[in-house]
Write a protein that binds this ligand. Sequence first.
Ligand SMILES: N[C@@H](CCC(=O)N[C@@H](CS)C(=O)NCC(=O)O)C(=O)O
Length: 215
Amino acid sequence: MLIIYGSDLSSPANKVRFVANYLGLQYEYKKIDLGAGEQRKPEFLNINPVGKVPAINDDGFILSESGAIIRYFADKVGSSLYPKGLKERALVDQEMDFLTLHVGGAMQKVVFNRLFAPRRKIVIDERALEEGIGFLGRFLPIVEKKLSQTSYVAGKVITLADMTLLATLDPAEITNVDLNVYPCLKKWRENLRKQDFYTKCYKEYGESLKETAKT
Ligand SMILES: N[C@@H](CCC(=O)N[C@@H](CS)C(=O)NCC(=O)O)C(=O)O
């Protein structure tokens, strides 16, 4: 049995569920309550000593780090999401690294300061926020240009790079990151967000916050 440890507001963890759903993997989703510090409890530290989601337990094989997990899933079932050819794979890796480190790094500063800091009553780091917005303004036009030339991030077919970008930009609406200025990116995103692998997780990122607000 495959267990995915995640949290609905964690983009890296959601990326793992997107890929598992896309590949049709059966799994149990165990939510870790990050707000309550469950990730630092000994039971979870036994799974991931770093104390972060996502992590998986696949019949006793324990793995963390979302990039490693989604590569493992794709290779396990021999999926074209992670092509086997030397150069095709290298290009997917290039996009995954760029999207995780640069776009993801920028998005993280925005998400932390516009979503989590106010909720946790932490002082907003305006400088980090500005830096995050600045980097998005620098990197997203590069993504837009790619998507104006090809259907998917790393070429003609969907790959793990698309899953990475999709999860990374998922909190855009809730954090007021305007993606309307990127029409090709917007179209690409709309297409993926209506697919089963996505809607099996949720209708929209952050909907669990609305549920909590109701109770
Ligand atoms: N590089 C990791 C990042 C994981 C990560 O930062 N997880 C966050 C949620 S998005 C977390 O668990 N934070 C809890 C904490 O730091 O206490 C990955 O890609 O899996």
